[in-house]
Write a protein of this length. Structure first.
Length: 428
């Protein structure tokens, strides 16, 4: 009896301790009030960061220094905010340390609380985090990093987090940027690939196998061998006709998801497969059409449409639209194609296409409509009159920033065109 009472007492004390910790972590107001529209203003600078990352991966047997400017950090944080409306972030770079603040909304019944995080990355010959503050709870930085490292290692059943930490040889900073000196990435990237493949298999074998099936199916069709550009809707029609034959009312959503992913891999970009698993018959040669398919007469729109549809399948709609918008902001850089509301239209149409196709109530009817698809206006609105090719300065002169009245008016025009498409009037 005493043992039972003792165990009950321990349980009560543990429950009270956990409740106390939660109370300390949750606050009534967010500590970060940053505006995402202002933060993403310099998204075009991220091109240089991507070049550095690409170089470090390609030249993986050598050490590299990755320098991230304050502008690039702001742009990335701003993108995250536009992707997740309940998130706010702020980063302040100084020679003494880089302060990182974040606020995340937490719905609690009729009350909205906030998880507020505040810490500083210190300059050092390794990754060092100063004391971590979560609400009114204080955690030593070394303990916080070790805990995250342990959790990631446990989740991935590897030591990938430990390797990631040891890849960092030095962290330094000034008023303008953070520089991270990395050891050669070869071993880490090989380990990361093994972890990725293992996680992918565990996540959804059925989706991977169906995607591989539909990818092979569309690659076997005569249209895939045509030596002139073919309409993207023909690839969609042929694939969805097969999907309709292979699926039932109960399995329609799963088959539609796989078909969208297969089309995005085949027409959009073969690297979409990285999010699905091993779907290529030949690991050294990705399947692709002989000629680039087109939507509204353009291959770039076909790719935008299908990649955005795939991202919708793999993520939330807000994230998908934020990715498309951020890419357009990046394209304002010198040498880029410029900001394009035409591309953004294809992105938004792709999201709607995937939404209807993966909604249980409309999935089967979606198959029927797509298996007889003849007119690209069924899935993609007209693009006449939409602005594109804007440089950064031209964008600022005309729209100031995203979320300005002029910018939102252009987005509203796109939404209005999408709302006129009968297919996209179905579903929730």
């Amino acid at each position: 009896m005493r043992i039972i009472r003792g165990l009950l007492l321990v349980l009560v004390l543990l429950t009270m301790a956990v409740a106390g910790i939660i109370v300390l972590m949750i606050e009534a107001e967010p500590v970060v009030q940053a505006k995402a529209a202002e933060q993403v203003a310099d998204a075009d600078t991220v091109h240089d960061l991507l070049k550095q990352v690409t170089t470090s991966i390609e030249d993986r047997h050598q050490g590299h220094v990755i320098t991230v400017s304050s502008q690039q950090i702001d742009s990335i944080v701003g993108f995250l905010q536009r992707a997740k409306s309940d998130f706010r972030g702020y980063v302040d770079v100084t020679p003494a340390g880089t302060q990182v603040k974040a606020s995340m909304a937490l719905p609690l019944g009729g009350f909205t609380g906030y998880i507020n995080i505040d810490s500083t990355i210190l300059p050092a010959d390794r990754f060092v985090l100063d004391e971590l503050k979560i609400g009114d709870l204080y955690v030593p930085g070394e303990l916080a990093v070790s805990l995250v490292e342990w959790l990631v290692n446990r989740w991935t059943k590897s030591d990938i987090a430990t390797q990631a930490r040891t890849q960092i040889e030095k962290v330094s900073m000034d008023e303008q940027a953070v520089s991270v000196t990395l050891r050669p990435l070869d071993g880490f990237l090989r380990q990361l690939n093994e972890v990725k493949n293992g996680l992918t298999v565990d996540q959804d074998d059925e989706l991977r196998d169906l995607t591989a099936y539909y990818l092979r199916y569309i690659s076997w069709q005569d249209i895939a061998l045509a030596d002139t550009p073919q309409p993207a809707i023909e690839f969609i029609r042929l694939t969805m006709k097969r999907v309709q034959q292979k699926s039932t009312q109960e399995t329609a959503v799963t088959h539609n998801r796989a078909a969208i992913l297969a089309l995005a891999i085949f027409i959009g970009h073969h690297r979409v497969a990285n999010f699905v698993g091993d779907v290529q018959p030949d690991a050294d040669k990705a399947l692709r059409p002989a000629s680039l398919p087109v939507l509204r007469g353009r291959n770039d729109l076909a790719r935008h449409f299908l990649i955005s549809a795939a991202l919708k399948v793999l993520s939330e709609q807000g994230v998908t639209l934020a990715i498309g918008e951020f890419k357009e902001l990046m394209d304002r850089a010198m040498g880029g194609s410029g900001y394009s509301f035409v591309d953004l239209t294809a992105d938004m149409a792709g999201v709607e296409f995937a939404r209807v196709g993966t909604t249980p109530e409309s999935a089967r009817a979606f198959q029927q409509k797509m298996s007889t698809l003849q007119d690209e206006g069924t899935i993609m609105p007209a693009i006449d009159g939409l602005v594109e090719g804007l440089s950064k300065q031209a964008f600022i002169d005309k729209y100031q920033q995203v979320d300005s009245p002029a910018y939102l008016q252009e987005v509203a025009r796109i939404r209005e065109r999408l709302s006129q498409i009968p297919l996209y009037q179905s579903g929730p």
